[in-house]
Each structure stands twice: as structure tokens, then as C-alpha cells.
Design a protein around this ligand. Structure first.
Ligand SMILES: Cc1ncc(COP(=O)(O)O)c(C=O)c1O
Length: 171
């Protein structure tokens, strides 16, 4: 019961993600991954879906076959792959898996807002290490924050949204 009250309070403290209305019709929305070209092979994919996709039943929830194909493509073990409905669900799962009430997560603002939303709703506490004026991460401070007690998740975005800045390998 106590945990529920904390969760409700935390959820109420978060503002929902909103779309900004545009003064013009059909604007290019770069916050929705606007790209002038369709993904390559989309027509082949859609034709195969039409003929072979059994949408009347759930698929295998372990995604065994898909994980196998992805692991061959990426040359990594299947244990390193988790299938989610978008990156946002992956962030939610990370928060649920690693954060107990009172644990901390670290972000590098300005960055993707959903880290904060998902982690606060899952009872995490925020610590911020802002990017500098050239949008570079403060690696020293991040390492220091990551070693603090109860820091459980560090979100490093490469390239970062919305700045597009990258974190060099050495850093
Ligand atoms: C850094 C970052 N992670 C995750 C996402 C979620 O992406 P999607 O839901 O398309 O997988 C976004 C979307 O903008 C993002 O910028």
C-alpha cells in the first residue's frame, strides 16, 4: 500500500509528453524521425506480411527465432538481445528491473525526456550531469556520479537527442 502511494505521487509529478502544435499545415517534424525516403525493401516486407503473417494469434513470446536472426546479423549472443515495443518500452523495463524506491538514475540534459518520465514513474530519483556549452558530456562528473551509492542507471545517448552530439570512444 505504501509503495502504491509513492508510485501515485511520483506519477502525478510527471508532465506527460506532448506534441507542439504547428502554425503551418504538414510541417517536417524532426522529433518524429522525419525521413524523406521509405525504409529500403518496404514493399517486399509488406507483400510478405500480407501473405504469411498469422495475425489471428499471439506469436512466440520468447521471440526465439527473431533473436537468433538478429544475433547472426549483429554478431552478438542472443543473451544480449531483448525485444521490446520501441525504445520507450525498453527504458520502462530497465527502470522496473533496476530501480527500487530511493535509487537514482543519471541523465545528461538536454537529452531524451522519456528517461526521466519512465524512471520517475518507476520510483527512481533523478541526478543530472548537464552537457557543456558545446554539448559534450562531463565524463569525470559522470564517473563520479556513477560510483555514488544507490546510482543504478546512467543514460548515455550516442548520438544524443536532441543535440545530435556524440561521445568519443575514449571518453
Ligand atoms: C534516445 C532515444 N531513445 C529512445 C527513443 C524511442 O524511440 P522508439 O520508440 O522509436 O524506439 C528515442 C526517440 O526519439 C530517443 O531519442
Amino acid at each position: 500500500m505504501k509503495k502504491n502511494n509513492i508510485s501515485i505521487k511520483n506519477a502525478l509529478s510527471v508532465s506527460p509528453y506532448t506534441w507542439e502544435d504547428s502554425p503551418v499545415a504538414n510541417p517536417l517534424r524532426f522529433d518524429t524521425n522525419t525521413l524523406p525516403f521509405p525504409p529500403p525493401g518496404i514493399n517486399i516486407f509488406l507483400a510478405e506480411m500480407k501473405n504469411m503473417c498469422p495475425i489471428n494469434e499471439y506469436g512466440n513470446p520468447t521471440y526465439k527465432e527473431l533473436k537468433q536472426l538478429l544475433s547472426e546479423y549483429e554478431q552478438i549472443s542472443t543473451d544480449m538481445i531483448t525485444i521490446t515495443n520501441s525504445g520507450d518500452e525498453a527504458i520502462d523495463i530497465l527502470a522496473k528491473a533496476f530501480l527500487n524506491p530511493g535509487d537514482y538514475f543519471v541523465t545528461t540534459p538536454p537529452t531524451y525526456e522519456m528517461f526521466m518520465i519512465q524512471c520517475i514513474i518507476n520510483n527512481g530519483r533523478l541526478r543530472e550531469v548537464p552537457l557543456n556549452k558545446s554539448f559534450k558530456v562531463n565524463a569525470k562528473k559522470l564517473i563520479w556520479e556513477s560510483k555514488r551509492e544507490r546510482t543504478k542507471i546512467l543514460f548515455l545517448v550516442n548520438p544524443n537527442n536532441p543535440t545530435g552530439s556524440t561521445i568519443p570512444n575514449q571518453q
